[in-house]
Design a protein around this ligand. Sequence first.
Ligand code: GRF
Length: 221
Amino acid sequence: MTSGRLAPRPPAGRPESPQPPLDYGVVTYRVAVAVSGRGSNLIALCDALVDIPDVAVVLVMADRPATAITEAKRRGIAAHLLAAPAVAAEWVRLLEAAKCDLLVLAGYLRLVPRDVIAAMKGRVINIHPALLPRHGGRGMYGHRVHEAVLAAGEPESGATVHLVDEEYDRGAILGQGRVPVEPGDTSESLARRVLAVEHRLLPAAVRAAARSGRPVPFAFS
Ligand code: GRF
C-alpha cells in the first residue's frame, strides 16, 4: 500500500482543458473499462475510486467513437479506439501493456473476442441493466431491456454484475441491485431508476474484486 497515487481531483465542474496523464506508478489493482457509448458507468466508477488507494481505471477501450472516450481523456486516462474490435490481438496488447488486473464491460455492445476472455480468465465482468438471468442475451441492451421488463409485468427490475464468458449476459452472477417497477413507468423512467443503481453497483463490484484480487460475489443493498 502506498499513498499519493493520483493527480489531485479537478475542482467541481468541467475543467477547460484535459487533465494531465494520471500517475499510475503506485496503483496495484489496475482496471480497464470497455465502452461503446456515453460512459456514465465509467464516470461513476472513476469518481468512486478517487478516494480508494491503489485501485484505478488505467485504460479505456471503445469499439466506436464514444462520448466515454472523450470523458476518459479529459480525466487523463489512456483511451483507445479499437481499430478491429473483433480481433483479440489489440485488446491483449493494450491490457498487457497497462498491466490490467480486471476488464470491466460498461455499456460495451459487442461480444469480446474469446481469446481476450481466455487471456483475462475469470477477470472480466459486465454490468447489465436488468435482473439476470431474465431479460439478457443477444440484442438485449438499452431500452429494449426495460421495454421487455415492462412487457413481462415484472414487479421489480435492477442491475446485475456478472462474470463474462463467450456468450452475452451468461456468466456467473456476482451481485445485483433491485428497484421497484412503478405504476405508469415508461422504459425511460425505469431506465433512469436502474441507472442510478448501476452507478453504485459497479463500484461495489470493483471494490470487492480489488479486495480479493479477482472478481467475487459481493453483497449490495
Ligand atoms: C448501462 O445501462 C449498462 O448496464 C449497459 O449499457 C448501459 C451503458 O450506459 N450495459 P453508460 O454508457 O455507462 O452510460
